[in-house]
Write a protein that binds this ligand. Structure first.
Ligand code: SAH
Length: 210
């Protein structure tokens, strides 16, 4: 299978074609081999326009929604970023190309270990993965320039906002399990400034560890 041309097509049709403009985001999505992050039985679908199951009832996110979240975060090369919900490690890999350090928290031990092993094998650097409840963030490494939450929550977890630096940005899907909206939350004078973006559908952000 020619994954490189499938990936090119994904970037062109699903991302650029739908309005993603950030050149760094498009380049990162062109480089990260998404097929390495999906289970073998879904290899043929790796570059399709939808999420895919990764075990434990979880899913690798749809390419477009990942690109939209990364674009809205407007990451800079020197940023330190917190990711909540490592899952397959796909977004972790993209983040590691877009910023300086990635701290990622995953509640499922099996997923956390698998993602860490895979990212190391593929040579992604400056990635730190911890098993735990991501709603608590990773206080030892706070404050963060940006926070990306890959699971849906009824309301923005306050501990994550506390770990955002002044001027920092958070992307979080807010809503109930069947319908959510992406929110971009900036920290301005210590207060959340919320911009509501498009609709989305993520697995729930679950309390405690798995
Ligand atoms: N970005 C990932 C998305 C995985 S789905 C990818 O593309 O592969 C969301 C992930 O969030 C799941 O792996 C799930 O186990 C994890 N998750 C859910 N609640 C969590 C919590 N409270 N803390 C940490 N991870 C959580």
């Amino acid at each position: 299978m020619d994954f490189t041309s499938q990936r090119e097509k994904m970037v062109w049709a699903q991302l650029a074609g739908r309005g993603i403009r950030d050149a760094r985001v498009l380049e990162a999505m062109r480089r990260v081999p998404r097929h390495e992050f999906v289970p073998a039985k879904f290899l043929e679908d790796a570059y399709e326009d939808h999420p895919l199951p990764i075990g434990e009832g979880q899913a690798i996110s749809q390419p477009y929604i990942v690109a939209a979240m990364l674009e809205h975060l407007a990451l800079r090369a020197g940023d330190r970023v917190l990711e909540v919900g490592t899952g397959s490690g796909y977004v972790t890999a993209l983040l590691s190309l877009l910023c300086a350090e990635v701290y990622s928290v995953e509640r499922h031990a099996r997923l956390a270990v698998a993602a860490e092993t895979l990212l190391e094998r593929l040579g992604y650097r400056h990635v730190h993965i911890r098993m735990g409840d991501g709603r608590e963030g990773w206080v030892e490494h706070a404050p963060f320039d940006a926070v990306l939450v890959s699971a849906a929550t009824g309301e923005m977890p306050p501990m994550l906002f506390e770990q955002l630096r002044e001027g920092g940005r958070m992307m979080v899907p807010v809503g109930d399990p069947s319908s959510q909206e992406l929110q971009l939350i900036g920290r301005v004078n210590g207060r959340p400034m919320v911009t509501i973006l498009e609709g989305c559908r993520f697995v729930p952000l679950v309390e405690g560890i798995g």
